[in-house]
Design a protein. Structure first.
Length: 130
């Protein structure tokens, strides 16, 4: 292949100069993964309020936050497992998995022990369920 053909091919929009079939959209894949998890956290937290019939029953609570972090930590493990080949930095991959496991364990313990939840806060969190 001539130099001009190589230059033209690698300068095409959406093409990566590595020619390995992957697309380079200009965003760091780890940053994109972090943004996906952040948006997922917000959406999952909001979805927990779908069973609320009145707006004044929407109460932010540590229990819901723990549950959302448990879901996100689990999702991180699943997504990293299925998309392991997309993320080439093994140090980052294992660090992300380690943080996900640590987050899961701490949030599970916090949820079971009701850390940062007092009796009134716990009762308020139960209102939407009744």
């Amino acid at each position: 292949m001539t130099e001009s053909a190589k230059s033209t091919r690698s300068s095409q929009p959406g093409r990566d100069s590595r020619h390995d079939g992957s697309m380079d959209m200009g965003m760091n894949p780890y940053l994109k993964f972090g943004l996906m998890m952040t948006v997922s956290f917000v959406v999952m937290y909001m979805v927990m309020f779908l069973n609320v019939d009145r707006l004044d029953h929407v109460i932010l609570s540590p229990s819901r936050t723990y549950m959302t972090f448990l879901m996100i930590a689990t999702m991180v493990g699943i997504m990293m497992g299925f998309m392991w080949g997309m993320y080439r930095n093994m140090v980052w991959n294992y660090a992300i998995l380690g943080v996900a496991v640590l987050t899961f364990v701490l949030c599970y313990a916090g949820l079971r022990q009701q850390t940062f939840v007092d009796d009134i806060g716990w009762m308020k969190a139960m209102i939407p369920h009744q």
